[in-house]
Design a protein around this ligand. Structure first.
Ligand SMILES: [Zn+2]
Length: 108
């Protein structure tokens, strides 16, 4: 290593610096690529690949992008109303079953 490095420094002082620079650039690119990969997540719901450009959040073990989270929030906001509707529907069906179902059963 010393034999190869020494003559190059004597020949030109620019060359090793250029090599070092290119190595640093290469490492920068490597770490950048690595960084990008770390930031890359696939949305669990829409399966979109999200880099830094699109916000994505970890929810439990899954990653969910901002768009899907917004949709989830909307759905959650509507949940109480939905539950009310379901309950009402359940009551109506129960009343119908009680009112009509029993008569049907008696006839059959
Ligand atoms: Zn998504």
């Amino acid at each position: 290593m010393a034999q190869r490095g020494a003559p190059m420094v004597e020949k030109s002082k620019e060359e090793p610096k250029a090599i070092v620079d290119s190595v640093i650039e290469g490492r920068k690119l490597d770490s950048y690529a690595e960084h990008q990969t770390k930031d890359m997540h696939v949305c669990w719901i829409c399966e979109e690949i999200c880099y830094k450009k699109k916000p994505i959040r970890q929810v439990g073990k899954r990653w969910i992008c901002i768009d899907c989270l917004r949709q989830l929030k909307e759905a959650l906001d509507q949940l109480p109303q939905w539950e009310e509707e379901l309950q009402l529907k359940g009551h109506l069906e129960q009343q119908l079953d009680e009112g009509l179902g029993l008569d049907d059963k008696k006839k059959k």
